[in-house]
Design a protein around this ligand. Structure first.
Ligand code: MGP
Length: 293
């Protein structure tokens, strides 16, 4: 299969603002990445970096199209991409709680694991990352899933964008974020300190920024996260009565992390198995907890 390696004008539009003069350096770097077909994986060639070998071994769980399509990963992406089944779960769960939602923002979109699955269920997905290589990989990987036309990628530093109020006027229905956890050594301590170990900012500041964009916020966080911090930050930012729904998510039987959901619609529904109980205005008849399919 002949690979198209030139970044054309229409594709460039999907890298928001990158056609502007002030981004000419980044634009030229992006063109080079496309031209070199950089970071393309040869799925059957063992990675030589021993620290990422375990992630490579389960590569088909990261992207199910690993063997049949061209996929792209940097070293960091090997250990930070969300496995496909979990990304699909998040997208479907959000869709079933927010059936009218159309626009999702993925902050720290990395290699596009989540962005791609959101694009399967929502009309428009914005992805933000401070790494041009990551945005490039997200676009390339989205091409492998034929969803590149639904994604819009913004290069830049999220804390700065957040401070400047970017995305606040865009009517984002839900904002998702899986920020850097500090690499595989996140498991070195028994309890993960969400204020000091999460990057580039702690939970409080990150959540505060995400809530400015939408009342519906989802974060994918380490499985050893200090839930006391989650609870404290929830109360501080949203009031004493506020709730955060925490779901422990497994892939192939192994616990991979927790998904935290803020926003009434994520918990104020009646379960499909419940036949009695108070009805609410926002009942979604079939909340989807399924991991597969
Ligand atoms: P892991 O815990 O490092 O691996 O990553 P595993 O296979 O569970 O290891 P073991 O200790 O059980 O043998 C599991 C998943 O967590 C990855 O596939 C990523 O989805 C996510 N993840 C891991 N890290 C280190 C990061 C990170 O730094 N940032 C983000 N966003 N996700 C991460």
């Amino acid at each position: 299969m002949a690979r198209k390696t030139k970044l054309d004008r229409q594709q460039l539009q999907h890298f928001v603002h990158l056609s502007k003069r002030k981004y000419r350096k980044q634009r030229s770097a992006l063109k080079s990445l496309f031209k070199d077909d950089a970071y393309r994986i040869e799925p059957d060639v063992k990675v030589t970096d021993r620290s990422i070998f375990k992630y490579w071994k389960t590569r088909h769980r990261l992207f199910s199209r690993m063997q049949t399509k061209d996929l792209y990963m940097t070293r960091e992406l090997w250990f930070s991409v969300t496995p496909e089944s979990l990304a699909k779960f998040a997208a479907r769960f959000i869709k079933s709680c927010l059936p009218d939602a159309q626009v999702v923002l993925d902050v720290y979109c990395g290699g596009g694991g989540n962005t791609i699955q959101f694009a399967q269920y929502f009309q428009k997905v914005y992805g933000v990352d401070s790494s041009l290589e990551h945005l490039y990989c997200t676009y390339r990987n989205a091409q492998a899933y034929n969803v590149e036309d639904r994604i819009w990628l913004k290069y830049g530093d999220w804390p700065t964008m957040s401070r400047k109020g970017r995305f606040e006027k865009l009517q984002i229905d839900c904002v998702f974020s899986s920020p850097p956890w500090g690499g595989p050594q996140y498991l070195n301590s028994e309890l993960y300190d969400l204020e000091n170990a999460l990057q580039p900012r702690g939970l409080r500041e990150t959540l505060q920024g995400l809530l400015r964009v939408s009342e519906n916020v989802v974060m994918f966080l380490p499985r050893n996260s200090d839930l006391g911090q989650v609870s404290q930050v929830t109360r501080e930012l949203l009031g004493n009565e506020a709730l955060c729904k925490v779901i422990y998510v497994k892939d192939n039987g192994y616990l991979k992390g927790i998904m935290c959901f803020w926003g009434e619609k994520f918990y104020n529904y009646s379960s499909p198995t419940t036949t009695e109980g108070p009805a609410t205005e926002n009942v979604s008849p079939s909340v989807d907890y399924a991991i597969d399919g």
